[in-house]
Ligand binder design. Structure first.
Ligand code: KG4
Ligand code: ZN
Length: 339
């Protein structure tokens, strides 16, 4: 008997990227993204501007995703959308659009947690490519602009957070330190690029330790700020003269902090299948470090393709697919949540 085809449209609008993707039986048919340049010069996302830009982008982005996939709206089995966490005004755009489309097409509605989407990005299949999927149970270091967590993933739906940041996220540390150096938002990718030409041992910054497997990044940001303030007092061109070294040293510090706990988490749980996910997992230094630690320690490492690291709808569609298979659909009264 032929396997039934299940086609899911995913919609992601939790922060500043509007994205739509179509997945059929777990395999990606399209993944379209509209970034919002409007925030670049503000040093961060302006929620009001983000909601407006989502309103402008959502129809063309969904339309293009369906066309690229060669799928008619009426043939969708389900529409999966990010329900939270994120910026409420941004989430509302995707939420309302998904409901309208579900109503008009008769497709089921599936609400997806953004963080679950990041973790499940490891299970996206791509035509004519063999992407490795982690085996359960695995550890996932989820590092993004809003979250830094170590998660034991026992199944598609059984997650246990065993480490969490008590203040800033790793991506936030990159973005805030970049702002201090006068670099545009988002700072992470810019720091990554500049770090490639710098010396990672040029400068030392604080590596705060908090209890258990938890993280703290606000101390790093403060230490970076005070360090620069002192150096600039003696040389007003200090940042410009040392930009690459500053970026390389800062990146190294963030990676060291992340891996200290990750290595301890492997020791404590005995789980040697280790994945990373979220926007910061695009960082080239972090990707190298995971490969190195895995080779040295005998871990089996899983790193998503770059396009599935930062916010994207493919990860929402794959999470929606697995929820749909479980019958986990939702009603039209579902409301987004910010945290
Ligand atoms: O997952 P994501 O797109 O959105 C959230 O859910 O937060 O992550 C965005 C974060 C930003 O802080 C951005 O600076 C960071 O990911 N990021 C990077 C890199 N690419 C994105 N950080 C370091 N190196 C990168 N290459
Ligand atoms: Zn994200």
């Amino acid at each position: 008997m032929q396997k039934r085809e299940i086609t899911i449209l995913g919609i992601e609008s939790s922060c500043d990227d509007t994205s739509a993707a179509v997945i059929r039986n777990g395999c990606l048919l399209s993944n379209v993204m509209a970034n919002q340049e409007v925030h670049r010069n503000y040093g961060g996302v302006i929620p009001e501007l983000a909601s407006r830009a989502h309103q402008q982008h959502i129809i063309p982005v969904v339309d293009q995703a369906l066309k690229l996939a060669g799928v008619l709206p009426q043939s969708l089995d389900a529409i999966a959308f990010t329900c939270g966490p994120g910026l409420l005004g941004s989430l509302l755009v995707g939420n309302a659009f998904a409901k309208g489309l579900a109503l008009s097409t008769g497709a089921a509605l599936v609400e997806v947690n953004h963080l679950q989407g990041h973790v499940l990005s490891h299970f996206i299949d791509v035509p004519e490519q063999q992407l490795p999927h982690p085996a359960f149970p695995f550890l996932c270091l989820l590092v993004s602009g809003g979250h830094t967590q170590i998660i034991v993933v026992r199944s598609y739906f059984d997650f246990e957070i065993i480490g969490n940041t008590i203040d800033d996220a790793a991506g936030e540390a990159f973005d805030k330190c970049a702002k201090v150096m006068g670099l545009p938002y988002p700072g992470g990718p810019v720091i990554d690029q500049l770090a490639a030409q710098g010396n990672a041992t040029a400068f030392q910054f604080a590596k705060p330790r908090v209890g258990g497997l938890n993280y703290s990044f606000s101390g790093l940001k403060t230490s970076f700020l005070y360090f620069l303030r002192d150096r600039i007092a003696g040389n007003k061109d200090f940042i410009e003269a040392h930009r690459a070294d500053l970026c390389a040293s800062l990146q190294q510090t963030v990676i060291d902090i992340l891996f200290d706990n990750l290595i301890r988490a492997v020791g404590q749980t005995g789980i040697r299948e280790v994945a990373v996910a979220g926007g910061v997992s695009a960082n080239s230094g972090l990707r190298r470090r995971l490969a190195d630690e895995s080779a040295r320690r005998g871990w089996k490492a899983c790193i998503p393709e770059l396009r599935f690291t930062t916010d994207n709808a493919a990860m929402i569609a794959i999470a929606g697919y697995h929820k749909f298979l479980q019958g986990a659909t939702t009603g039209l009264d579902v409301v987004p949540y910010a945290s």
